[in-house]
Design a protein around this ligand. Structure first.
Ligand SMILES: [Zn+2]
Length: 308
């Protein structure tokens, strides 16, 4: 017999990934049966040391309810909203941990997710946090703040992208370069979406987007950016995703050790030489190969783990 959790997962992932056209055939999860049990704030297993969390809970403090699952603590006002978020969050946690090919980090620290229900509360919160321009969420010091807006329910990899940041933060709490953090979040969440759909007999390949060669940001400039540049947000995300995809598909094992090196704040050139030295002798050699790869339109024939 299928467990309730599996049924909810199926329904939720379909809701998240397929979009409004197919909603009619998808049974809604029944919150009466499957809703996350609410937990009193004082009984939560962990607190969020992030000051932004405290600021969020101070907005209409009477509205907040709380719950937790294996890897996450949720703060929300509507149980109908939090249940599918919790299923997606745990799903993406497993996907990212698998992509990184390692056990979860030592300790049992959970990531906190704050779900705002109304546009006014969200606006008020946005003025104190810095919104990630491309996905519409705020991730800060391992916590995630979202408005459960149509953007998060109507499909795509937005929640997966944000969850990827949370999981990365657990493995690399001291931070990794912005291009790598954003590029990996895009790469892994696009792959998760495609494999979920394929498992349900949809023909789906990760939708990796090519970048026009004349728009490409030189790698030295990309590496130095500490946040996505306002005037080239789309290029920044697409190019960072392509670079992660390029490095991961060139050699997955090298990519993981390269990631660890950048997580230890080694300079890019050093990490590149140590992990990809046999493939790219210099950063310039990498750049030349990458420019070609980044601007190539793969269309629907792109393989998840392969180049083109
Ligand atoms: Zn991001």
């Amino acid at each position: 017999m299928l467990s309730l959790a599996k049924i909810v997962l199926g329904a939720v992932m379909l809701l998240g990934f397929v979009g409004p056209a197919s909603l009619a055939q998808v049974p809604m999860p029944s919150p009466g049966l499957n809703a996350l049990p609410e937990v009193e704030f004082s009984r939560l297993s962990q607190r969020d040391p992030n000051p932004l969390g405290q600021k969020a809970l101070a907005i209409h403090p009477e509205q907040w309810k709380h719950a937790e699952t294996e890897h996450f603590v949720y703060h929300f006002s509507d149980p109908f909203t939090v249940t599918p978020v919790s299923v997606e969050a745990e799903f993406h946690y497993r996907v990212v941990a698998k992509a990184l090919q390692r056990e979860q980090p030592a300790g049992d620290t959970k990531s906190h997710i704050y779900i705002f229900q109304t546009a006014t509360d969200w606006k008020q919160f946005q003025s104190i946090g810095r919104l990630e321009p491309w996905t519409g969420g705020i991730h800060s010091q391992g916590s995630l703040f979202i408005q459960r807006s149509p953007g998060f329910t109507a499909g795509g990899n937005l929640l997966g992208h944000e969850i990827a940041h949370l999981v990365m933060h657990r493995y690399y709490p001291d931070g990794i370069p912005c291009w790598l953090d954003e590029g990996f979040a895009q790469y892994v969440s696009k792959g998760a979406r495609a494999s979920y759909l394929r498992a349900r007999n949809y023909i789906a390949k990760p939708q990796s987007r090519a970048v026009d060669e004349e728009k490409l940001i030189p790698l030295a400039e990309l590496m130095a950016m500490t946040s996505p540049p306002n005037d080239r947000v789309k290029t920044f995300y697409d190019e960072s995703e392509r670079l992660v995809r390029f490095l991961a598909s060139s050699d997955k094992a090298s990519f993981l050790t390269f990631l660890d090196a950048l997580g230890r704040h080694q300079p890019f050139e050093t990490a590149l030489l140590q992990n990809y030295g046999t493939k790219f002798l210099t950063a310039a050699a990498l750049e030349e190969k990458f420019r070609e790869y980044a601007s190539k339109e793969f269309g629907t024939s792109l393989q998840e783990s392969g180049g083109g």
